[in-house]
Design a protein around this ligand. Structure first.
Ligand SMILES: Cc1cc2nc3c(=O)[nH]c(=O)nc-3n(C[C@H](O)[C@H](O)[C@H](O)COP(=O)(O)OP(=O)(O)OC[C@H]3O[C@@H](n4cnc5c(N)ncnc54)[C@H](O)[C@@H]3O)c2cc1C
Length: 432
């Protein structure tokens, strides 16, 4: 029990976009904030594909949570995996103890959704965490090293075939960045290899890329990727993935040593509580105020949350999580002062997707931009949003270097982490 004079305590699970912005919003209030995450850093996921494509260093897209919280003296950080939340007792189990809360904010993000495609979880590379980005970069560079000494032409082609599954923003951006990596910097590194054998394929089950974008921009994105040498195949649902190939419903297949899965994400509330009501996408159903219906002291935000009744599910993107984090913070302040809580309203600033150097697409409220102007806008927005001055500076230096000299400075095969939930990763690591 909290002593009568003690300030209310708020526990936030997850130091991603939602959790971090909630902590920032609450830091101005007379409350004790405990932010818990299994990692001691915040990851700027929108640039993760550039880590995998050897464009920027992994440490440039992360920032230690403790350094972010330095200016919030009432906020503390705990490095721990939250194992269980007891909504009745109002406790969170982390680091081997029960931590009591007055208010709880759950912002645990999402996990990769494989839609039950056989073999995808075991054999495809996900792109969801910093470890995934580094593992994939190591693997791609290893493929070229192995191809350079491979005498068998079929095996060599499989090593130089890269299949990206999922034509959403991440798949499109990664396919473009990968095409640029192989066509310029790697071509100069591996002069003995025949780069006409290199293939980058982007497979999408729907009939167009970038669903949610206006048709004109989607068509532009496709044409742009094709001009960069990406083999774009829409209406191509994958039926099975195995260690060395991707299979389709008509019995055809593509031999590849690299299948990257960017086709979807889902909520995963079961890791923290089985008592939470979830939708089919694993997202927790919340009131328009972002609270749980039976527990007004609990807020669920970001990728993990979905409106319980009226209203369309919001996209699983950073601006939603950020605005919900701020809104949850403001509603907790209202609850503490006895004021009524207010529903969350999303201010949609649009969607932008980059397509290699000099091109991007942007769409917001009827405004459509494409090409160089959209690309400059994309660069500016991502630099501004990236956390930490040092990160901004180094990312800009890497981008400028790449732009001017067609050179990726971070083509390093480091002793890489292996994604624990990806046993194939361990096998790959052993083989390499
Ligand atoms: C590759 C990629 C590219 C993307 N690109 C864009 C983009 O260009 N633009 C855009 O707007 N959005 C993009 N997104 C989506 C965006 O990153 C997410 O919508 C956003 O991160 C969601 O914020 P969140 O706070 O809900 O979760 P996250 O930011 O994922 O944070 C969740 C945090 O919770 C922690 N956590 C989870 N479970 C536990 C537990 N049990 N115990 C302790 N800690 C836990 C995790 O470690 C993590 O730090 C991208 C996502 C990915 C994966």
């Amino acid at each position: 029990m909290r002593p009568a004079a003690a300030p209310p305590s708020v526990v936030i699970v997850g130091a991603g976009f939602g959790g971090l912005w909630a902590a920032r919003a609450l830091s101005r209030l007379p409350v004790r904030v405990l932010l818990i995450d299994r990692r001691n850093y915040h990851t700027f996921l929108p640039l993760l594909y550039q880590v995998a494509a050897a464009e920027i260093e992994p440490e440039e897209i992360v920032c230690p949570v403790r350094s972010i919280l330095r200016r919030s003296p009432r906020a503390e950080f705990l490095l721990a995996e939250v194992g269980h939340v007891d909504l009745g007792l109002r406790t969170v189990n982390a680091a081997g103890r029960e931590i009591a809360y007055d208010y709880l904010v759950l912002s645990c993000g999402s996990i990769t959704e494989y839609f039950g495609v056989p073999g995808a979880a075991e054999h495809a590379f996900p792109l969801k965490t910093l470890e995934d980005g580094i593992t994939l970069r190591n693997h791609i560079l290893h493929c070229f090293e192995r191809a350079a000494r491979e005498a068998d032409s079929e095996r060599r082609k499989a090593l130089m075939t890269f299949v990206v599954i999922g034509g959403g923003a991440t798949g499109v951006e990664f396919a473009g960045a990968l095409a640029e990596l192989v066509r310029r910097p790697l071509r100069e590194d591996y002069r003995a290899l025949d780069f006409r054998e290199v293939r980058v394929l982007l497979l999408e089950a729907a009939d167009s890329l970038l669903r949610g974008m206006p048709e004109r921009l989607s068509a532009y994105a496709r044409a742009r990727l094709v001009s960069m040498g990406v083999d774009v195949r829409c209406s191509s649902p994958v039926h099975k993935v195995d260690r060395c190939s991707v299979h389709f419903g008509d019995g055809s297949s593509i031999a590849t040593e690299t299948t990257v899965w960017t086709a979807g994400v889902r909520g995963d509330a079961s890791s923290v509580s089985s008592a939470l009501r979830t939708s089919s996408g694993g997202r927790v159903q919340v009131l328009p105020t972002l609270q749980l219906e039976q527990h007004p002291e609990v807020y669920v935000i970001g990728d993990l949350a979905v409106p319980a009744k009226e209203g369309r599910p919001l996209p699983m993107v950073a601006p939603v999580a950020i605005q919900q984090g701020e809104a949850a913070g403001r509603n907790i302040a209202r609850q503490i002062s006895g004021a009524p809580v207010v529903p969350f309203k999303f201010r949609d600033h649009g969607m932008m997707v980059t397509l290699g150097r000099n091109a991007a697409v942007f769409s917001a409220g009827g405004v459509e931009l494409r090409g160089f102007i959209a690309w400059v806008g994309w660069l500016a927005v991502h630099i501004v949003k990236l956390i930490g001055f040092r990160n901004r500076l180094f990312v800009m230096v890497n981008w400028a270097w790449d732009y001017l000299f067609f050179e990726r400075t971070v083509r390093l095969i480091l002793p890489g982490p292996v994604t624990p939930a990806h046993p194939e990763g361990e096998e790959r690591a052993r083989r390499q």
